[in-house]
Design a protein around this ligand. Structure first.
Ligand code: HEC
Ligand code: HEC
Ligand code: HEC
Ligand code: HEC
Ligand code: HEC
Ligand code: HEC
Length: 419
């Protein structure tokens, strides 16, 4: 059993090393993977449960999804090992969901005589993975706006480890029916259901009836992503095409996140609009906004993966067409396309507080044509926030500073142009 597991891991590591595309080999293949990848019948992790290969659920996942020795974005890795991100450097993964390694990045700096500690905990979802140094969130006892206990937050709070949810021909999602033949996340024709089988739901996410610690999901969110998604955005952007819920078993993205964050979503709660059409004025602004002080953009090339939105469709063929990483699909929102939680947050973690896609803690994202850092001039502590300029750039997935204005204000302006 142990030998089999080690062999599997070695093969996977070798494949990552040579850069084989995600779909060229597989483990989950959109559904339940080889049991032995996560469970061991006779030599499970000591002190663990469910015969898992890790001390806890998330540690079992991270035996593959974190790999010591990474030197850059590595396929399906969503966490950087501490040794690969020493002080003064950023985590390495650049996935749409974000690198959990940011949770281990604490920053301390002094603003006008006051010492500020920006705890890594505040950078996103604190999954508990004892074998990998991830501990319960130090601030929130439960999901803000809901009841889900932080002490139970794990990969399988959001992902179904057994990947039972499948998308059938016609678009309905169910836990039974045609067998799952492949992942449903990617853009190839083979990632769509047909007469031979169903496909897994986007990212094996939890669907209707999935119950954990007092919450029950009511549907999966729709999306498509290019199969090469863990990559620098220095040259071209990685576009996830988020969709809406019109076929059975689906939920809008905000409703899905709202399963645990009920109060952050429902109307009448004084929260930002979610899962609603952006309307014509915001669609126009999004199309024109290039950067602070520059409204000369054209809608067809206005998309930013720092402010994505849901396309008003649950036709996965439409979404697949939009999910590109070569800048061929950069259209801004139509009036009926929706603002969702992902417009501002990453699902796992980010370089910024509250898992936001950009820094909201100061008025400038760039300053004097530089990414603010303790090593850039002039140094403004409240914009540098204890980081080097290169760490700031990494949190924007390596975009060149020229993508922003010399004095760029926060990206709320991409939709609101208040700058
Ligand atoms: C991707 C990792 C992964 C794979 C692959 C996997 N499991 Fe699991 N399994 C888990 C996790 C995590 C739990 C704990 C679930 C929880 O905390 O509720 C679990 C729990 C279980 C349980 C106990 C309770 C339950 O949730 O039903 C059984 C039985 C089980 N797995 C069987 C299997 C079998 C059989 C296979 C292969 C066909 C398999 N698992 C493949 C991760 C996995
Ligand atoms: C034995 C190694 C291994 C383990 C353990 C493992 N994974 Fe994976 N995971 C992979 C590989 C390889 C891929 C990419 C290929 C694929 O999707 O089959 C992947 C892909 C994924 C994807 C994207 C799938 C898609 O279709 O979009 C998700 C989500 C995921 N894993 C979650 C988990 C979770 C949650 C756990 C723990 C419950 C886990 N993995 C445990 C190896 C592993
Ligand atoms: C709060 C819910 C949540 C938790 C907890 C969570 N995930 Fe995810 N994960 C998501 C969502 C949502 C996406 C899709 C993100 C997107 O496309 O924007 C995702 C995407 C992924 C992907 C695809 C790559 C990426 O980052 O986009 C992998 C692999 C993955 N998750 C594995 C894991 C593992 C392993 C854990 C635990 C260490 C975990 N997830 C914990 C919600 C979660
Ligand atoms: C399974 C329950 C669950 C789901 C689903 C879930 N969250 Fe959370 N979320 C939590 C818990 C628990 C916390 C508090 C622990 C923490 O902050 O790490 C939290 C915290 C947060 C925070 C604050 C992070 C911080 O560092 O202060 C944000 C932002 C957030 N969630 C956004 C989202 C978004 C966006 C989604 C959908 C992609 C989502 N959540 C889905 C359980 C969930
Ligand atoms: C328009 C951008 C935007 C959207 C859309 C958005 N958020 Fe937030 N969210 C923020 C900002 C900014 C913060 C930081 C705190 C603040 O300003 O209220 C935040 C904070 C949070 C927090 C932490 C609150 C706390 O008290 O610690 C949670 C949880 C959260 N958001 C969840 C969600 C969920 C779930 C959705 C979708 C239903 C969502 N957000 C949609 C911008 C957004
Ligand atoms: C992806 C586009 C998008 C982004 C990014 C965005 N918003 Fe919005 N915002 C909207 C939409 C759509 C509405 C609803 C507009 C309407 O009803 O006319 C809205 C409404 C608002 C409102 C008015 C709410 C009300 O009840 O009247 C405020 C205030 C606001 N946004 C602030 C922000 C802030 C602050 C940020 C950055 C943290 C932000 N927005 C980022 C799209 C966006």
């Amino acid at each position: 059993m142990k030998v089999a597991k080690v062999t599997l891991l070695a093969v996977l590591a070798a494949l990552v090393a040579v850069g084989v595309a995600t779909t060229a080999y597989s483990f989950h293949s959109g559904g339940v993977a080889e049991c032995g990848g996560c469970h061991s019948m006779h030599s499970p992790a000591a002190g663990g449960t469910f015969l898992l290969v890790g001390t806890d659920q998330s540690s079992a996942c991270l035996t593959c999804h974190e790999h010591a020795g990474d030197t850059g974005p590595a396929s399906y890795h969503i966490s950087t090992a501490p040794g690969d991100m020493p002080a003064g450097t950023a985590p390495l993964q650049r996935t749409p969901g974000g690198d959990f390694g940011w949770l281990k990045k604490d920053y301390t700096f002094v603003v006008r005589g006051t010492t500020i500690n920006e705890d890594g905990d505040t950078h996103g979802h604190n999954i508990i993975a004892a074998d990998f140094g991830y501990a319960v969130d130090g601030v929130n006892a439960a999901a803000p706006g809901g009841t889900f206990p932080s002490a139970q937050l794990a990969c399988n709070s959001c992902h179904d480890p057994h990947g039972k949810y499948r998308r059938l021909v016609g678009g309905t999602v169910a836990t039974t029916g045609a067998p799952i033949k492949a992942s449903g996340s990617y853009t190839a024709a083979t990632n769509e259901p047909d007469g031979t089988g169903a496909v897994g739901v986007y990212r094996l996410l939890a669907g209707a009836g999935y119950t954990k610690d007092g919450i029950t999901f009511t549907g999966v969110p729709a999306a498509k992503v290019p199969s090469s998604y863990n990559r620098t955005e220095a040259a071209t952007q990685t576009r996830v095409a988020y969709g809406v819920a019109t076929t059975g078993g689906h939920n809008a993205w905000g409703t899905w996140c709202g399963t645990c964050h009920t109060g952050m979503h429902s109307s009448g709660n004084y929260v930002h609009p979610i899962d609603q059409g952006v309307g014509s004025s915001i669609a126009t602004i999004y199309g024109q906004y290039v950067k602070s002080g520059d409204m000369t953009g054209v809608a067809a090339s206005s998309f930013s993966s720092l402010t994505p939105f849901s396309t008003n469709s649950s036709d996965y063929t439409v979404l697949a067409g939009l999910a590109q990483n070569n800048d061929s699909q950069l259209g801004g929102p139509a009036t009926s396309d929706q603002v969702n939680c992902m417009s501002c947050h990453r699902a796992h973690a980010s370089g910024w507080e509250f898992g936001l896609r950009w820094n909201m803690e100061g008025e400038f994202m760039t300053y004097n044509s530089l990414f603010p850092g303790t090593d850039t001039t002039p140094t403004v502590p409240q914009f540098a926030r204890g980081r080097l300029g290169a760490e700031t750039q990494a949190a924007y997935y390596d975009r060149p500073v020229t993508k922003f204005a010399s004095y760029q204000r926060v990206l709320c302006n991409k939709c609101h142009a208040q700058d």
